[in-house]
Design a protein around this ligand. Structure first.
Ligand code: AMP
Ligand code: MG
Length: 655
């Protein structure tokens, strides 16, 4: 929208207290910020007045704002009032405003109340009115800054269209494209204030949905959604350290020093001056005085070599000036000793087969100064090569992508920590998900830290909200991974907590796969208190069953971490393996069958052997497994010897 066509809002603060002392008003700054942040850039900065809870005063200002069009600044499109909508003796706002309204807008009132009911049943105690006077829309908000903001947010995106119509825009033109286009322009979905799809945990079992309202995504679509939502990797500089394993290089790195920095010997032997340029004419056989000794050390360079002399030299030591080759000690013998008999005085060279430059590393011949040694996107492996090349060429500050910070939390009243001594009582189980996920994620080496967030209890009060908030705020985590609490029971609290308490968005809540159907992925808004930046943090709600939790961590959490760490986010490596024995498929869902993939000694091809019973509660199906066999969705079996895709969780084994 151009500056001319921005909409003009006005805010009327209705409060005896604020009218007596404007510094007590808290509503205006919050509402002004709401227009700026949630107004999609469609509004000018609001004008404001403060008035007592007095019907005539309120009406006087409203008339001034709606009945005359100020030629200089133009039409006011929207008047928001705050305060005076309750039941107190001096709450007169609806009574002041209702008589001025020419055309009522109960839909706006309904929208605000519906949004408030999601926050508190006390929404019933607000008496809002809304409507049009002349060309201006008037809406009354409650007096509490929080309630006023929530109400305004509930309607703000939808108001520009109504404001333009009230101001006289041609409504047929505005409706070309139908409601869908209006929704798209306003940036809203079909039910902006409708109930969130998650069950309300306060409702009893009979009032709850009996099947999940979340659409079922394919695994590929779910991964695509994760990669779309996961933030871009952020570069940072880290000091060189052998512990940089797993980091991904964020900028091409050029050698800061040449390797070697000087002419160095490749062998232990004698530095010589090969007389002629070609080997056929080289005559170095003979006996020579040993003029000096060059060790691989930092202190000094050996003196220059004169014609007819040789110098003893060790591997890696600098060549004396004038020397142009090194003869191996094995091709020489001692001819005479010094007087004290500790060193060789003269040495006989036994061969003529030595060319100029032989056994010499020229400066920069391993790594040239300025040569590219690692490129953006290369990952520092645990195999030593990348760390070695960085160290050799003197790179002290390494541009890498920041690794994400992750926390792991179990949920449920039944889970008991491994440290709990004594027998388990009642329906208690050991918490196996948290330790196994901590170990899995730490082993990937793409997280800066994997924090143990312990267990969130379901009762007596849901601890998830406070534990998630603390995890993001106190531990400054990018991602929290929970297990449990995503199925259809009344204590499956993750989705409602994210949607209803944390104001987050569930991107998906069901995936067509076995195991792992209720896997949930969400983001929650987060305001960085030091930078003041709004961003979002991610939550993976993995199923509680231990095999499901590990399989879904491999399939969904891994690509997310890879992307955030600067990798392409491809997930596990894919191979094709031959099935050993027949394996039953599932006709409803793709199944990730836990297998051992190994090399068949007979033909060197990969074979996959099941780890046995695959029930999702059986974490043992993952013990010893190194791969997930991707069983196609169909009836019947995959027969012995059939080829099937497998996802490698660890290295290929030998049987
Ligand atoms: P839920 O989705 O919370 O109903 O959990 C599904 C199943 O997984 C239940 O049988 C839980 O007892 C089990 N479960 C949940 N959390 C864990 C955990 N941390 N370790 C092992 N099993 C768990
Ligand atoms: Mg549970």
């Amino acid at each position: 929208m151009s500056t001319q066509s921005l909409l003009r809002p006005a805010i009327l603060i209705i409060s005896d207290t604020a009218a007596a002392d404007p510094s007590t008003d808290k509503a205006f700054p919050i509402l002004k910020e709401t227009f700026a942040q949630d107004g999609a850039g469609k509004w000018t900065e609001p004008i404001v007045e403060i008035v007592k809870d007095d019907i005539l005063d309120i009406q006087r200002i409203l008339r001034a704002w709606t009945d005359t069009e100020d030629a200089a600044s133009g039409q006011i499109h929207l008047i928001i009032t705050t305060g005076g909508t309750g039941f107190a003796r001096r709450d007169f706002t609806p009574e002041a405003i209702a008589p001025l309204i020419h055309r009522h807008a109960p839909g706006i009132v309904h929208g605000m109340l519906a949004a408030s009911f999601q926050v508190t049943p006390f929404a019933m105690m607000s008496r809002p009115v809304a409507g049009v006077r002349n060309k201006t829309i008037i809406v009354t908000l409650p007096g509490s800054p929080k309630g006023a903001k929530e109400n305004l947010q509930a309607i703000l995106k939808l108001l520009p269209h109504a404001c333009l119509q009230a101001a006289g825009e041609d409504s047929r033109a505005a409706h070309v494209g139908g409601v869908k286009k209006l929704e798209k322009d306003a940036g809203v979905t079909a039910s902006p204030n409708g109930p969130a799809p998650s069950n309300d945990p306060r409702l009893g079992a009979t009032a709850r949905a009996r099947s999940s309202p979340y659409p079922m995504l394919s695994v590929a679509d779910a991964v695509a959604k994760i990669l779309e939502v996961a933030p871009q990797p952020k570069p940072e500089l880290r000091d060189f350290s052998p512990d940089l394993t797993g980091y991904v290089i964020a900028e091409d790195i050029k050698a800061a020093e040449a390797v070697p920095a000087y002419r160095a010997s490749i062998v232990d032997g004698y530095a010589v001056i090969v007389p002629n340029k070609t080997s056929s004419e080289a005559h170095i056989k003979g006996t020579f005085p040993v003029a000096s000794v060059s060790h691989a050390q930092a202190a000094s360079l050996p003196p220059p070599l004169e014609a007819g002399e040789i110098a003893r030299i060790t591997t890696g030591a600098p060549l004396p000036e004038n020397a142009n080759a090194v003869i191996m000690v094995e091709d020489t013998t001692i001819a005479s000793l010094t007087e004290d008999k500790t060193e060789e005085a003269t040495v006989e060279i036994l061969t003529d087969e030595l060319t100029v430059g032989e056994n010499v590393r020229e400066p920069g011949s391993d790594i040239k100064l300025g040569e590219m040694i690692l490129s953006k996107g290369n990952q520092i492996s645990a195999l030593g090569g990348e760390i070695g090349v960085l160290a050799a060429s003197g790179i002290q500050k390494i541009p890498v992508f920041r690794k994400p910070r992750v926390g792991i939390m179990s949920t449920g009243d039944e889970v008991s920590d491994i440290t709990h001594s004594g027998p388990l009582s009642g329906g208690m189980i050991r918490d196996s998900n948290r330790p196994s996920l901590l170990s899995l994620l730490r082993g990937w080496r793409i997280c800066e830290e994997v924090v143990d967030l312990h267990v969130a209890r379901d009762t007596p009060h849901n601890e998830l909200e406070e534990k998630l908030r603390a995890a993001f705020r106190t531990n400054d985590l990018d991602i929290v991974i929970t297990t449990g609490g995503v199925s259809m029971g009344e204590l499956d609290l993750l989705k409602p907590t994210i949607e209803r308490s944390l104001g987050g968005e569930v991107h998906f809540g069901r995936v067509s796969m076995k195991p792992g159907k209720p896997t949930t992925f969400a983001s929650v808004p987060f305001k960085d208190s030091t930078l003041g930046e709004r961003e979002s943090r991610l939550v993976f709600g993995l199923p509680g069953n231990p095999a499901s939790a590990l399989v879904t961590a491999n399939l969904f959490v891994l690509p997310c971490l890879q992307k955030m760490a600067g990798l392409p986010g491809k997930g596990l490596e894919r191979v094709t393996a031959r099935v050993q024995g027949r394996v039953k498929c599932d006709k409803e869902r793709v199944e990730y069958h836990r297998v051992v993939v190994a090399v068949d000694a007979k033909d060197g091809k990969l074979v996959a052997r099941s780890t046995g019973m695959q029930r999702s509660s059986r974490v043992g199906s993952l013990a010893a497994a190194n791969a997930l066999l991707v069983l196609p969705q169909r009836a019947g079996f995959l027969e012995e010897g059939a080829e099937c895709e497998a996802l490698m969780m660890g290295p290929v084994l030998g049987f």
